[in-house]
Structures are given as C-alpha cells and as structure tokens.
Write a protein that binds this ligand. Sequence first.
Ligand SMILES: [Zn+2]
Length: 97
Amino acid sequence: MAYRCPDCGYSLMAWLVKLEQFECPDCKQRLTSNSRRQFRRAIYFSCFCWLLFLSAMRYYTGSWGYAAVVSIEAGGILAVMCGALFYRLTLCVTEVE
Ligand SMILES: [Zn+2]
C-alpha cells in the first residue's frame, strides 16, 4: 500500500510517513501524518483482538488453561497482524496549513 502526496500525487516512502511532519520530496509541500496516534490506537486494537480471541477460545474449549495456551501462541500472532492491518488502513497524510 503506497502513500501519496495529497497535493501532487507523488508516491511517499513508508519511513517518511512515519514522521509527524515532513516535506514532499517532489513539490516541497509541508505534510503531516497521524502515524503516532494511529500507532498507539493499533496497540490498543491489538490488545482488544487478543482479549476477544482469548474469550472466544474459552467459550470454544471450556477451559481457561487451554484457552490461555492457544491465545499466547496463535492469538498473539493474530492480534499483531490485526494491529498492523489497522495501522496501515487508518494512517493518512494531510497538508499543513
Ligand atoms: Zn507533493
């Protein structure tokens, strides 16, 4: 997924979008991104997904011990993937005025 400059449409590098304020390499427009806030929200979203997975496994297996083992292994990976997807889909670049 590529990020584009809202002014000229130039393709922005992912490392550049991680900065809160930066300049478009092509048109020199000052830009800002919501990366820091969305990263924090992605962590909260990951924790929520993990708790949801844990409670679903508890409901499915009927045992807290087995649900914890499955959640630590598979639920951790799934929660991190959900958080990364949330971050990528909600990150946006806007112009500074
Ligand atoms: Zn630009």
